[in-house]
Design a protein around this ligand. Structure first.
Ligand SMILES: Cc1ncc(COP(=O)(O)O)c(C=O)c1O
Length: 376
């Protein structure tokens, strides 16, 4: 077994010797200290001589991990006892189905905002369980702008929004526009959860695949207001029923132990940084630096409506598409990972999640300026 020293050295080489700037959209960068702590726990968890990968999920050792992860999430979101935090199997895609299965009866309507691929996938699943009312759509703009008006039928069971659209680089800036819709609010926050100081208590259900701002892939963070459950006639399969997970303390069956552990470490880190408000101020600084640079360099273009620009995923293009490869090659040589755009949007996309340091955005914007200057 490698000793503690060796592990620390390898983490140092990865993060300091070879400078890597990880702009991946997800799975994505996590804090260095999370990698260090998690790698130590793989070899020896809490001086037990056992790996975190081989401990039982019903042991007090793991119970402590689960309890801390749930309570940290609740604390960071400022939630009271109405809301329960769960760590569930599957990515956000599982929630596209689990949400309507738990909340929507066959004869009922759910309101959905159509803001791109992930929202469409959520709607597709909801249609399997009830009626879907698309209350607004950004389709006409190619999803590069968010729709400005929407009308929710008061009898709708809930309103579903995608707070940040990872592929197109749009983000609802003012979530309060949804607070008075008069129906339960459900949000897919996969790509911006815990990145800005919002009133999480306004949402009756929040879900997020962990692999961007919360931790490792393979687990979902789900926050649910107990009061909205148990209001449908359908019989829900045991593993799909949120109430069973709440009753079992998020330990209904074997959870993804390691993924939950990494979430717990990431949430601990987030708290140490000063919580969500501190994250928001760093994220604002990164986004400002990036977009100011983009707007000052005529060879680059930002296709997203300025008022809807995401602080998490910035999508941009180059005026002369023939230069795309040259810029990507340059990024690669400079250790910048994940700059290529999503196949549906083209161009470039850089993800600036919580764990991405300001220095990485600094390095990228310097490179953009260098590239622009080089081309005269
Ligand atoms: C906003 C959003 N929703 C849902 C998903 C799907 O997540 P998963 O792959 O965890 O199912 C993603 C993936 O990137 C996403 O960005």
């Amino acid at each position: 077994m490698s000793n503690k020293k060796e592990i620390e050295v390898s983490a140092f080489i990865r993060r300091a010797g070879t400078v890597i700037h990880n702009f991946n959209a997800g799975p994505s960068i996590l804090p260095k200290e999370v990698f260090e702590e998690a790698s130590r726990a793989i070899l020896d968890f809490k001086n037990t001589g056992l790996s975190i990968l081989e401990i039982g999920h019903r042991t007090s050792l793991f119970q402590e991990v689960m309890d801390e992860a749930r309570s940290l999430a609740k604390e960071l979101m400022n939630l009271n006892e109405d809301h329960e935090v769960l760590f569930l199997h599957g990515g956000a895609t599982t929630q596209f189905m689990q949400v309507p299965m738990n909340l929507l009866d066959e004869n009922e309507i759910a309101a959905y905002t159509d803001t791109g691929v992930w929202a469409s996938k959520a709607m597709k699943e909801a249609k399997l369980f009830g009626h879907v009312d698309i209350v607004c759509s950004g389709k006409d703009s190619g999803y590069r702008a968010l729709p400005k008006n929407f009308n929710v039928t008061p009898t709708s069971k809930y309103l579903h929004i995608t707070t940040n659209n990872t592929i197109y680089g749009t983000q609802w800036q003012d979530l309060s526009v949804f607070y008075n819709a008069g129906v339960s609010l459900v949000a897919d926050m996969s790509s911006d959860i815990l990145s800005r100081d919002i009133d999480f208590s306004k949402f009756d259900l929040i879900y997020a695949g962990a692999q961007k701002n919360v931790g490792a892939a393979g687990v979902n963070l789900v926050v649910v207001n107990k009061k909205i459950l148990g209001k449908i006639r359908r019989v829900i399969p045991t593993i799909m029923d949120y109430r069973n997970h709440i009753e079992a303390g998020s330990l209904l069956n074997t959870p993804p132990v390691f993924a939950v552990y990494v979430c717990m470490l990431t949430l601990r880190w987030l708290k140490k940084q000063g919580g969500v408000p501190a994250m928001e101020s760093v994220n604002n600084a990164k986004a400002k630096l990036f977009y100011d640079t983009l707007d000052n360099l005529p060879i680059f273009k930002g296709p997203v409506a300025k008022e809807d620009r995401s602080r998490m995923n910035a999508v941009f293009m180059i005026e002369d598409a023939g230069l795309e490869k040259e810029f990507l090659d340059l990024c690669k040589n400079e250790g910048m990972i994940g700059v290529k755009g999503h196949r549906l949007s083209g161009g470039f996309r850089v993800s600036m999640y919580n764990a991405l340091p300001l220095e990485s955005v600094n390095a990228l914007t310097d490179l953009m300026k260098y590239f622009a200057n080089k081309l005269g």
